[in-house]
Every structure is written in C-alpha cells, then in structure tokens.
Design a protein around this ligand. Sequence first.
Ligand SMILES: [Zn+2]
Length: 217
Amino acid sequence: METLKDQLNARVTAYDHWATRRRYGADGHNNCRLWVLACMDERLPVDEALGIHVDTPAGGGDAHCFRNAGGIVTDDAIRSAMLTCNFFGTKEIVIVQHTQCGMLSANAADMERMLQEKGIDTNALTLDPTLPELKLDKGNFAKWIGMMDDVDESCMKTVEIFRNHPLIPKDVVVSGWVWEVETRRLRAPTRDMEKRARTDVTAAQFGVKLKQPARWR
Ligand SMILES: [Zn+2]
C-alpha cells in the first residue's frame, strides 16, 4: 500500500527537481518543451488562448513566455528563443498575435515625429545602455518600432523568420496564431477575407493611411 509518507516523499522530490530545473539543461525543460511569443496586450490571455498554464500553479509551468508589443520578432525575442531552444530543452515555438492590436493603430513615421517633437533625437539613441554596440543605422528608428499593416501577414512572416533563423534548431516546430479579441477565439493567420471579416486586422481599419516602414523584404 502506498502511504501518505510515500506520496509526500515523491512530491517533495518532484518539487525539488522543478525548483532547480535550470541546473539540468535540456533535461530541466518546461512541461511542454514550449516557447511562446505573444503580444503584451492585456486582451490576449495566453493561457486561455493556448489551453496551457504558462507559469502556474507552483510545480507546473508549461512554457517559457516572451511578450512584447505585437508579439513580433526582435533581437531580444531571438535571444530568448535561442537560449530556450538550444540550452533548456525547448522543441516548439508558438507565436500569438491578435486582432485590434495597438501595433496597427498608428503609422510608425508619425510616432517617430511625435517623439522628435518632444526633443528626442531618434537618430542618436543608445537602444540598450548595457550593450551600446547594438546600433540602428541612421533613419531606421521608425522601422525599429515595428508597427504593422496587417496582423495576419505579420504573424505569417514572424513564423517564417523563426523557422529560418540560424540560431533556432531546424527540428523546432514553429506555428503562428491569431487571437480574435472580438470573438475570443483562436484561428490560423489567413488571407481569406471572409475568415477575417468579423475582426479588425489592418492598420487601414484604424484609419492609418500610409504604409508602415517595411520591416520585411
Ligand atoms: Zn497587440
């Protein structure tokens, strides 16, 4: 018969392994061997959208989760994905962007102008004071902001970039999804206008007239 003592011993051992996971490299992977890239928006509930528990309860922890404005590729998204996929046992990347995203709501060139009007020299910035070597060429600040024309297109391109990046191992499975804020449903990114009809997915729907500075060629 298994006693409560046996159960508690097993639970304490399992918790100790969980708490010290990062010492075990790939053997200390998170529960789903998963890295999630998602927009920081409060209307995108990552756990509900993906049916996982990113970091709760204690003793659980399905994924490493990286959130930024848009859920787009940035140097730090690549850095974080590189670490978890090469050193912490992660085998899958899931990217979640969403409708009604703030990254659709303005043109990046206008935003740069607004910052300049506040007296900020957008052509002479240290992006990361701990890494002054990380530089933008002059004239590329608006591009760096990463505003989107179309969230479905952005999601598909983001998937491609992670699939093809030299720092991401080729056997890592990469997929991208769009969370519909209006319907609280997850769907695959699509160019099918009918499937997008219930939602706002383009900057034009926010009244943005000019195209964003192109981040992808
Ligand atoms: Zn967003």
